[in-house]
Design a protein around this ligand. Structure first.
Ligand SMILES: [Zn+2]
Length: 573
């Protein structure tokens, strides 16, 4: 797609708009893929849009084209008249304990029936087995789960240099069969087009729920409640399922949330800090906000000995290192766990049926920068343009680790402890928590970042069954789609994940690179797991093939950039 269009959204929409750069960005480093679009144009546009956004303006800016759109689907077999998945252990997504062996019957795009066919380790009860189908998968020794829901997803961007195919295949290779696109940073039409083509299975892609950022497509800022309501009605007509908010004047925000509710749209908000001095998550949840992204807005609701965060006098929000360093000191300023205010906030959110999408993972580099930078999948699966995007610079959002310190990491570690306790307690009180990755920023890679988010929910105190439930049924409920997806239940759409290791024993087996295990017989270190099949709408995708496709895209991009195809990204820096 090369057409110019008007957009008020940055190509780097989140966790909040990027910072305004000094002059360094006029001199890009030379190692850009030669296949990329004119770099300066892309950069200039991204930066201009980002600056306007971060200044709270919604003026029109001509944004250059969106990333390369997904090609017609060439992967995946089916759907089948009758697909049989035989002998698997079922983790159904509701939180119910695993059971198996079972045979799962899929007819076309729907789960038709589930049959217990024996006791584990014992002989299969042939009489209990359903009749043969047009395709059978021998899943003995495998685990079958519902497809995963990524509640905080961005379909790449021009700044990252990520073609849609790259992002979509990484998601599908990790079992993500539904993605909530929060911001539609590549434009509403482009994103809705991918959503439609995915629904028709014309492309290899998860189902999508599109939540454009407030003001997307407008050529002037929204300044009145009436304008907000009109904008919400328009995007509802266009096919959006929800709205993503960052910040807005309180009366505009309230009107937009309430209109969205009236139109049957859902809402997600990253409570950007310039706005949270005027409203916190209790305000927005009371106005009807359905999900809170990240952590902003909660500590502000928990301040009891201050009303504004303790910003140092030389703090500057547009310096992302400032922004993220001091964001990691917010929970320490909030009311203590177990305090009266702590309980009031949790119980109030619960009574409003509010849902949380913590996206712990996207902030993880702040407590352990080396872990983020040196993740073992970068070398094979991270595009050089995306690696460039991650690298510290003044130009890109989330590329702020200029001189990240041991003190910053220590503060973030404490910040995480409080935040995780808050989220875990919310879950324990009956609150909804979903899994959202926010990948594509701050060293987090699509798909891989989703599995890491599951691990971090476990670290927060979730039982692995609670993690899986958050990733599946809770995600579907938060989207309002639980009648169709989110659990392995007869009558629901056939969105399934098959893995040959037990994810309850080790969530790491869901990574495309598998989990490391020392084989005591061979005395060799081996990799086990990795999603084997991702099934969406009854179409069976070989997850390993999807990963191979991505690996090949990365090799080609490196060649085009004049790098050795197996180049270690860090060493070539
Ligand atoms: Zn985001």
């Amino acid at each position: 797609m090369t057409s110019l269009r008007l957009s008020t959204k940055a190509s780097t929409p989140d966790p909040t708009g990027p910072s305004c750069p000094p002059s360094e960005w006029m001199f890009p480093r030379s190692r850009m893929p030669s296949t990329s679009r004119p770099f300066l144009m892309r950069l200039l546009t991204s930066v201009l849009v980002g600056c306007l956004l971060s200044l709270g303006s919604l003026s029109a800016v001509a944004q250059s084209d969106a990333p390369r759109e997904a090609p017609p689907r060439e992967r995946g077999d089916g759907p089948y008249d009758r697909l049989l998945i035989r002998g698997a252990t079922l983790i159904d997504g509701t939180g119910a304990p695993p059971r198996g062996p079972v045979d799962v019957v899929v007819e076309n795009d729907e789960i038709a029936s589930i049959h217990a066919v024996g006791a584990p380790g014992g002989p299969i009860n042939d009489a209990a087995r359903p009749e043969g189908g047009t395709r059978e998968i021998d899943a003995s020794g495998m685990y079958v789960l519902p497809g995963f829901v990524d509640l905080h997803a961005h379909l790449g961007g021009t700044a990252q240099g990520t073609p849609a195919e790259y992002v979509l295949k990484l998601w599908m290779a990790h079992g993500v069969t539904t993605a909530r696109e929060v911001a539609a940073g590549n434009g509403l039409d482009w994103t809705l087009d991918h959503s439609t083509r995915s629904a028709e299975n014309d492309i290899t892609a998860p189902r999508m729920a599109v939540y454009p950022a407030l003001g997307t497509g407008r050529d002037a800022p929204i300044t009145t409640p009436d304008q907000a309501r009109a904008w919400v009605r328009r995007i509802a007509e266009q096919g959006a399922e929800g709205v993503k908010f960052f910040q807005a004047p309180p009366n505009v925000l309230k009107a937009a949330i309430q209109e969205a509710h009236k139109q049957g749209l859902r809402t997600a908000m990253h409570h950007a800090q310039p706005g949270t001095v005027q409203y916190d998550v209790l305000d927005t949840a009371t106005w009807g906000l359905t999900t809170g992204e990240h952590f902003y807005g909660y500590p502000e609701a928990l301040y009891t000995d201050r009303s504004i965060q303790d910003y140092p006098s030389d703090y500057n929000y547009q310096d992302e290192e400032d922004r993220f360093a001091y964001a990691g000191r917010m929970w320490q300023q909030a009311a203590a766990p177990g305090s009266e205010r702590w309980n009031t906030v949790l119980d109030s959110l619960l009574s409003l049926d509010f849902a949380m999408t913590p996206t712990f993972g996207i902030y993880e580099a702040n407590r352990d920068l080396m872990r983020g930078r040196r993740a073992e999948w970068h070398d094979s699966y991270t595009l050089p343009s995306l690696w460039d995007f991650f690298h510290p610079s003044f130009k890109n959002h989330g590329s702020y680790h200029y001189f990240w310190s041991s003190a910053d990491e220590a503060a973030w570690d404490t910040h995480f402890d409080r935040w995780m306790r808050f989220v875990n307690e919310y879950k324990n009180r009956g609150g909804r928590v979903g899994v959202g990755s926010d990948s594509g920023y701050i060293f987090k890679l699509y798909g891989f970042g989703y599995v890491r988010e599951m691990e971090l929910l476990q670290e927060a105190g979730f039982h692995p069954l609670e993690v899986i439930r958050s990733a599946t049924l809770e995600g579907a409920k938060i989207l309002g789609r639980a009648d169709d997806i989110g659990s392995v239940t007869a009558g629901k759409q056939a969105d399934l994940v098959l893995v040959d290791q037990n994810p309850l024993a080790n969530l790491k087996v869901l990574y495309g690179t598998g989990a490391l295990r020392f084989n005591k017989d061979t005395r060799e270190l081996e990799r086990v797991g990795g999603v084997r099949y991702t099934i969406k709408d009854g179409i069976v995708y070989d997850a390993r093939q999807l990963l191979k496709d991505v690996e090949e895209m990365v090799r080609q991009a490196k060649e085009a950039a004049g790098m050795p195809p197996d180049a270690d990204l860090e060493l070539t820096k």
